[in-house]
Design a protein around this ligand. Structure first.
Ligand code: SAM
Length: 276
């Protein structure tokens, strides 16, 4: 008998075979790939992913589940269990070298943070990802400018990746059954992140993007002027918007990730603190 699901670890286990197959197929694992599964749980996806990959790593925080997988992998030199917190694990902690293809049914409460950790800290090692989120978060990740879902998370993720929402998964596919819908997203890392191609420092880009969406009802210029780390003089911010080719009256949610990079570059050159 397995232990009851732990809410604190976001444990909603997949039990519907049709969706399990769709996720494994959607991951597009090739025989030469090193696959990482974050949070293998009771193993709904694990053996099928392991069977398709050259090497396989599972990262699990739950002590009991980690032990279970460790025992199951004991005789397989190409499989390893890393017992730890996916928010802290770095490629240097892993037994096989990257690049990796990551697959996960993520704990909802930390799904966006894990995604940003992988994108920002793992570099090109996080080459491709097939990740399940709460549907509303999946929509935000792939959202296009001018839509309600488009915001800071969309720009931050899309600066690193191209993304596709693959399909929706109903609550009935899990035990315990969540009240919300889930959705699977595929992310493929760009060879060079958009901000890097635009000569913008990563931390500065994040500061500008967060500021741009801080007050969604305001125009972009007013949101930026309110941000503590950005210039507060209207003429300076207005000049940066013009340099970036953006209308002075535009709102943040109309600016695509490339426009945000141009804006961050223009603000970077007017802000001494940004010269890192
Ligand atoms: N993959 C399994 C499935 O689809 O049935 C389990 C998915 S369940 C939504 C999330 C899994 O992530 C659980 O096994 C949980 O213990 C694990 N987990 C939660 N927080 C974690 C963390 N910070 N680092 C690594 N694993 C974590």
């Amino acid at each position: 008998m397995s232990a009851p699901a732990k809410r604190s670890l976001g444990q909603n286990f997949l039990v519907d075979d049709a969706y399990i197959t769709r996720i494994v197929d959607g991951a597009g694992v090739r025989p030469t790939d090193t696959v990482i599964e974050i949070g293998p749980g009771r193993g709904a996806l694990t053996d099928r992913l392991r069977a398709r990959a050259a090497r396989f790593i599972a990262i699990e925080k739950d002590d009991e589940l980690a032990k279970m997988h460790e025992a199951a992998f004991a005789d397989d030199p190409n499989a390893a269990l890393v017992h730890g917190d996916a928010l802290r694990v770095m490629p240097s902690d892993l037994p096989f070298p990257g690049p990796y293809r990551l697959v996960a049914n993520l704990p909802y409460n930390i799904a966006a943070r894990i995604t940003l950790h992988l994108l920002e800290e793992w570099g090109t090692d996080a080459a491709a990802m097939t990740l399940m989120y709460q549907a509303e978060v999946a929509d935000r990740i792939v959202a296009k400018p001018g839509t309600k879902a488009y915001g800071s998370l969309s720009v931050q993720v899309q600066a690193f990746c191209e993304g596709w929402r693959l399909f929706t998964v109903p609550g009935g596919a899990f035990r315990p059954r969540p009240k919300i819908l889930s959705a699977v997203v595929r992310l493929e890392r760009r060879p060079v992140p958009l901000f890097e191609a635009g000569g913008v420092d990563r931390a500065w880009f994040r500061t500008v993007v967060r500021a741009a969406f801080q007050s969604r009802r305001k125009t972009l210029i007013n949101s930026l002027m309110l941000a503590p780390d950005l210039p507060s003089e209207r003429d300076v911010v207005e000049a940066a918007l013009r340099t970036a080719g953006l209308d002075v009256g535009i709102r943040g949610d109309s600016v695509n990730p490339e426009g945000m990079v141009r804006l961050a570059a223009a603000l970077q050159s007017t802000t001494p603190a940004a010269a890192v």
